[in-house]
Design a protein around this ligand. Sequence first.
Ligand code: PHE
Length: 346
Amino acid sequence: MLNRISDIEKEIELVLVRNTEDLENFRLKYLSKKGIISDLFEDFRNVAPADKKEVGQLLNGLKQAALDKYNSLRSELADTDDSLSGIDNTRPGYPFATGSRHPISIVRNEIIDIFSRIGFTVSEGPEIEDDDHVFTKLNFAAEHPARDMQDTFYISRISAEDSNPGDILLRTHTSSVQVRVMQGQKPPIRTISPGRVFRNEAISARAHCIFHQVEGLYIDENVSFADLRQTLLFFAREMFGQDAQIRLRPSYFPFTEPSAEMDVSCSICAGKGCNVCKYTGWLEILGCGMVHPNVLEACGIDSRKYTGFAFGMGIERQAMLKYHVNDLRLYFENDIRFLEQFRSAF
Ligand code: PHE
């Protein structure tokens, strides 16, 4: 009996299986009720009482060795045979949840892309600014209403009554970035500054205290109003389609002279008149003008040698026209049901 046990133990050690059939044969041969090990347990009854202890231990050891072997063969096979691993390799994968860009980012990237094609770089600057970069260097008179607490979020003011170039505030436009660019670079300058801006407004469908702008600046020798107009026409056609038309209406900004507001033909009704363009056929989309010589001088640029144009637009406004989403608050609430609807290459 002892010899048989050790023979079988050696035999088991050498067993190799190639497939589930081999594995099942192994189980039947050694571990089933009619298998070799069961037979040995039957024979165990006839072992002399004095030997029972020793033989019993060996027999139990053999059974354990056979079970261990079976389990290790099974897991070896499972690596190559899917039916044993419990993994179904034919099952389609879980859908991979990709995010989508925020509509404001999509439109911003599209605007950046259009201007980068005609040589504009992208400049950025701080959201927390001083009065000097937001107002004073941009030729705002000391008593200009934009400097009022009602329009501007102040972080710290030097005097409660008067504004001061050292006052710290949230920028109300990204023209402040252009001031920084003019102070730091020599012409030719051709740059756009996208970014978040802040104005002290009550929040409604049409106004928000935070919104996004892209402002542009081009300074070189002999830059003319015709260059401005042609640049903006190029932009409008890339943004709203090749049939888009523009019109410039005289306006006023402290930092440009002359100044204009630009309308684009309504892309929704093709100029026929609808409720989006309020039946005028035109949509106002940006402010622009020739950079005021006072601004150039304040930023260290020789206004007798150089001229330039600037423009600025709100991104939300463009997104409203593109997506027909007319409530500004939706852009800031981060409601996933709203955001999921925007998919884009940008
Ligand atoms: N800074 C202006 C605004 O915030 C836009 C603008 C920029 C107008 C440049 C003219 C020239 O409304």
